[in-house]
Design a protein around this ligand. Structure first.
Ligand code: ATP
Ligand code: MG
Length: 316
């Protein structure tokens, strides 16, 4: 069976310091209908470059030197610009790290949502709006009937990121490239947005390339993982197998960052409490409570992480 997307021996170069240097060095990548492929690796590994190439796109200052990219029997490296423009957004969509940078601040969300499906002649404006509300609802955005009439700055970061996912879904594409779509969010919001992405791609059987640094994220989402480093493939495999039995030292290192554990004896020695906060409450002059009965112990040589979503009172 043909793959939905098949990239072969992709080589991409970038122009810096007056000459072209390789960024992606001959990578093969396939994606089947409904499949979620996780691309992981350190910063600069070439993940975004490869993800953009999956749409036949390269950033300014980069060029695809050789290799083939076949999507639904269309060779994207040779396709005319017009055909690529038609594909992008409608059959292959892209969700970037910062939705704030991707929205036009001057237009209402629903207007921006409806633009692509209407432009591609898939539906008229009122159909697009109706569909948008349905997608907002599936993504668990509050007040889905009305939220689209707000401007981008009138909703929270996590909501904006979900509105961006909605926009990517607007033409029911075959593939969405998610390029670290939750990196800019706090932990609880990340979890919500991830769950929304997981659910909606499953509902529409959308294939996805999911780019991230975070192994916990790919573990939840991806069927298969490719580990990249310096523009090369380190290893590739089924998510569960790769996480349980990484073959390459580099993958083991990536995994070990997550599983660092303290030495138990050392922990016992350092148990002495050096700061204790008991039942502290605090409020602003205007009476708004920011802390309610918080207690905290800090032990010698231990780092205590204070975690919470935006506005939860961490700094107080
Ligand atoms: N327009 C460009 N011109 C020249 N070099 C570039 C260009 N864009 C990216 N590069 C280089 O290509 C390499 C890969 O970049 P890429 O953005 O694909 O990495 P990444 O794996 O997505 O990293 P991150 O996790 O930081 O987003 C980097 O070394 C980068 O400096
Ligand atoms: Mg990137």
């Amino acid at each position: 069976m043909n793959h939905l997307l098949s990239m072969k021996k992709i080589q991409i170069e970038g122009f810096s310091d007056e000459h072209w240097t390789p960024i992606v060095k001959g990578i093969d990548l396939t994606l089947d209908k409904g499949e979620v492929l996780g691309l992981i690796g350190e910063s600069g590994a070439g993940k975004s470059t490869l993800g953009l190439a999956a749409m036949g796109f390269n950033r300014q200052g980069c060029r695809i030197v050789s290799g083939s990219i076949v999507f639904d029997d269309i060779e994207l490296t040779k396709a005319p610009k017009k055909e690529l423009r038609e594909l992008r957004g409608s059959r292959i969509a892209y969700v970037a790290q910062s939705a704030a940078a991707s929205f036009n601040p001057a237009h209402r969300l629903i207007k921006q949502y409806a633009e692509t499906p209407v432009q591609h002649g898939l539906m008229n404006l009122s159909e697009a709006v109706e569909k948008g509300i349905d997608i907002y609802r599936r993504l668990l955005l509050p007040d889905p009937e009305k939220i689209g009439y707000r401007y981008p700055h009138q909703i929270s970061g996590g909501q904006l990121q979900r509105a961006m996912v909605a926009m990517a879904m607007s033409c029911q594409p075959d593939i969405i490239v998610f390029d670290e779509p939750t990196t800019a969010l706090d932990v609880t919001t990340q979890i919500e947005v991830l769950a929304a992405i997981k659910e909606i791609t499953r509902q529409f059987d959308t294939a996805a390339i999911y780019i991230t640094h975070d192994l916990a994220v790919v573990a939840q989402l991806a069927d298969r993982i490719m580990v990249l480093r310096y523009g090369e493939l380190v290893e590739e495999g089924n998510t569960r197998e790769l996480l349980a039995n990484p073959k390459e030292e580099y993958t083991r290192q990536l995994l070990s960052v997550r599983t660092l554990r303290g030495d138990k004896e050392q922990l016992a020695k350092n148990k002495a409490v050096i700061l204790e906060v008991k039942d502290v409450s605090a409020s602003y002059v205007n009476g708004i409570k920011v802390l309610k009965n918080i207690s905290l112990k800090i032990r010698r040589r231990k780092t205590v992480a204070v975690v919470g979503e935006s506005g939860s009172g961490k700094r107080a």
